[in-house]
Design a protein around this ligand. Structure first.
Ligand SMILES: [Zn+2]
Length: 281
C-alpha cells in the first residue's frame, strides 16, 4: 500500500463520523448535566394512595399540614382520591407546580414569602410551566381557604367570601338610581375589611378605581371566564399578577356607587355576566 492510499484511508476515517452525524440518533438531552453541581432533590416523596385513604388522613398520618398537601396536589379532589394514585407528600413546605405564565414573583406573593427563599432544580434558567418549585414554610396557603369556601376539584369557582346575600343577580329597582335595571352580579353583605378571595386561579387584569364599581379587581381565568370583585376598600394584588384559587385579592369595602358595606361579585363568560349562584358550590 502506498503512503497516499494510507493517508486517504485515515482521512476517510476522520471524516466519516462527521458525514454520518446527521443520521445518528440524537444524544439524550434530558438527565443531569455533568457540568451542573450536584443538587439534593426537592424535599418531597411520592405516596401511593391506599384503599380508604383521604388527603386529610394522609396528612395526619405523615404529620404534614393538610394545607401543604392540598397546595402540592391542586388537581386532586380532597374527598375522592383513588387507590393507586400518586400524591406528592411535601416535607417542610409546599411543592408548587408552575402554571403557564406564572412567575416566581407570583408564587412568592401567593404564599407570602421572599422570592429568594424559593427552590427549584434543573439549571440556572427560570423554571417553566410544569416545573416544581419548593416553597419552604409558607406564611399563607390559599388552598386551605379555597377548601373552606367550597373548593375541591368538583367546583370550578368558590365563594369569594361567606356572608348574607343582600341582592341576587337579576332585574331590580336600583337602590340609588331608582330605576329598573339588570343587577349583573351578586351582593354579599359583609363588614368593611373582610378578606376577598379569588374564586378561581387566574391572572389579575384590573386592580384599582373603576367608576361606579369603586375599587375593583378583575381576574381572567383560563377558559374565557372572568370574575369581578367591586366596592373594595383596598386591593392586595396588582394587574398582571397570577393568583391561585382562594388567594386574597383585596378587602371588602363601600367604594363607588354603593349603599353600604358589601362585596359586589360577578362572573362573566366572555363579555356576558352570568348568575354567580348557578356556578358557586
Ligand atoms: Zn351589586
Amino acid at each position: 500500500m502506498s503512503k497516499d492510499v494510507t493517508l486517504a484511508a485515515l482521512l476517510g476515517l476522520l471524516v466519516l463520523p462527521l458525514l454520518l452525524a446527521p443520521f445518528l440518533p440524537p444524544r439524550d438531552v434530558g438527565g443531569p448535566s455533568t457540568l451542573a453541581p450536584e443538587m439534593p432533590p426537592l424535599p418531597y416523596k411520592t405516596y401511593t394512595v391506599h384503599e380508604g385513604d383521604s388527603l386529610a388522613a394522609i396528612a395526619a398520618r405523615h404529620n404534614v399540614p393538610l394545607s401543604y398537601l392540598l397546595a402540592s396536589n391542586p388537581t386532586k379532589d380532597p374527598d375522592r382520591i383513588r387507590p393507586g394514585e400518586a400524591v406528592v407528600l411535601p416535607h417542610g413546605g409546599v411543592v408548587h407546580t408552575l402554571r403557564p405564565g406564572q412567575t416566581l414573583d407570583d408564587v412568592a406573593a401567593t404564599y407570602d414569602v421572599a422570592v429568594s427563599s424559593l427552590e427549584w432544580r434543573g439549571g440556572p434558567a427560570e423554571p417553566r410551566a410544569g416545573d416544581r418549585v419548593f416553597v419552604p414554610r409558607p406564611a399563607t396557603v390559599p388552598h386551605s381557604d379555597a377548601l373552606r369556601l367550597g373548593g375541591g376539584h368538583r367546583n370550578q369557582f368558590i365563594w369569594p367570601l361567606r356572608g348574607r346575600i343582600s341582592s341576587p343577580f337579576g332585574w331590580r329597582t336600583h337602590p340609588i338610581l331608582r330605576e329598573l335595571h339588570l343587577h349583573i352580579g351578586l351582593d354579599i353583605a359583609v363588614p368593611e375589611g373582610t378578606p376577598v378571595h379569588a374564586a378561581a386561579a387566574g391572572r389579575v387584569s384590573q386592580a384599582g378605581w373603576s367608576g361606579e364599581y369603586g375599587i375593583l379587581v378583575v381576574v381572567d381565568h383560563e377558559d374565557g371566564y372572568s370574575t369581578y370583585y367591586a366596592h373594595l376598600s383596598r386591593t392586595t394584588v396588582t394587574a398582571g399578577q397570577y393568583v391561585e384559587q382562594g388567594q386574597v385579592v383585596g378587602l371588602s369595602g363601600n367604594t363607588g356607587l354603593s349603599t353600604g358595606p358589601h362585596l359586589h361579585f360577578e362572573i362573566r363568560e366572555g363579555a356576558v355576566p352570568v348568575d354567580p349562584q348557578l356556578y358557586l358550590p
